[in-house]
Design a protein around this ligand. Sequence first.
Ligand code: UN1
Length: 499
Amino acid sequence: MNFRNHIAGTWVAPRAGKYFDNVNPADTTDIIGRFPASDGDDVEAAVASAQRGFELWKRTPAPARGDVLRRVGDLMLARKEEIANLMTREMGKPLAETRGDVQEGIDTAYYAATEGRRLFGHTVPSELRDKWAMSFRRPIGVVGLITPFNFPMAIPTWKLFPALVCGNAAILKPAEDVPHTATVLVEILLEAGLPAEVIQLVHGHGEVVGKAIVDHPGVPVISFTGSTETGSIVGATCGRMHKRLSLEMGGKNAQVVLDDADLDLALEGVLWGAFGTTGQRCTATSRLIVQRGVHDRFVAMLEAKAGALRLGDGRQPGTDVGPLIHAASRDKVERYVGIAREQGGEVVTGGRRATGGALDRGFFFQPTIVTGVQAGHRVAVEEIFGPVLSVIRVDTADEAFRINNGVPYGLSSSVYTRDVNLAFRALNELDNGITYINAPTIGAEAHLPFGGVKQTGNGHREGGWEVYEFYSETKVGYVDFSGRLQRAQIDNYPAQAAS
Ligand code: UN1
């Protein structure tokens, strides 16, 4: 079946008539459908339409915009199971996780709905009599949203919903691996009553469609989630064109297990953090930093459990870990296992493609644990985006914190300890956007700011209250009702007599 773009208020075929296959990564014989391989002409039409949509939508009161998002949440809830199924089919993670992904979208919708009745500005005293001073928020225009494969529903909603509540029109370019989920999201937005020209969906490849959106002068706001490499390219263009840009990029997140930790709890945490979503989260645990006193025991516990995780189709009951998204990702993981060995790491679990039976039809790789990793090794520094956990042994909490901070990324971190002083020190000292105490590196909630420091981002946050600042322009209004000219800084501070 040929799927379509949503441009200029209707579902349309790509102008050049080109398509790509959407393939199930757990079973490459299963083709979900053909999706538009759009180009610059499709983007051109989308921008023109979105500009019309913006003129209409920016005049719609924010609480009414929020009402649309509430209906979106209701519709997503009603279709949760169906969406989870089709999402697992196109990107592989198990149903429990895709249900969670849809739920994150629902949470984001309901949060956005209430934000439509807030969008606070400030009213503050003026320094002059009979004058008011206040700030308020204005919509910006057309926003271009470029989203990754790993959270096919949650991440588009993190960007779209606040952008819409703030009164902008949007062009969504989902990852080419997950176009089906994005299509259903747009169907739901339309069914909920969003004016059709306010949302444009343009499928296709990043280098063509993503680039055309970023390059277009009619799109003043860009939000991108993906690799740090691509983020730099996007950032260079946006810098040159003075665009507002939010970047969410790589991570090299660590779970720290100190000598006094509850080891059973830390074990569950690291299994979920490292191998959930097959390690393909920005927040995935890819380093395990363990204090000497519990290192050997903890690694033995971990080996036993990780080796027992069941790989398979995420729609089959009992599957713990799904496939990687495509062959190139599996090859990259394989390459990094080789690099780990060359640099002196010991692969104690996994380390190979998972094969046999139905697994041969997908991009499966065994959950892999490498011990004896040193802080400077490539597997301890570079993002792999797969099921590979590097274990680093340390002597003290200070050393653990230093190693946590010694990478170019700074998304999330986690510390397992029963010592309240160490827990608070970790919150204070770890250079990450998010630190968890006695919980894994994954598990961010929709109503808190999400993002990281250093090469993970560029200072903006998604989710929570901060994202509403990104998608709106602050304007200040002064009303002088004194009936005379009052000169700020001058009339209220008359000249001092010379001493
Ligand atoms: C991501 O990995 O890109 O905290 C997003 C989490 C999820 C969101 C992850 N709620 O892992």
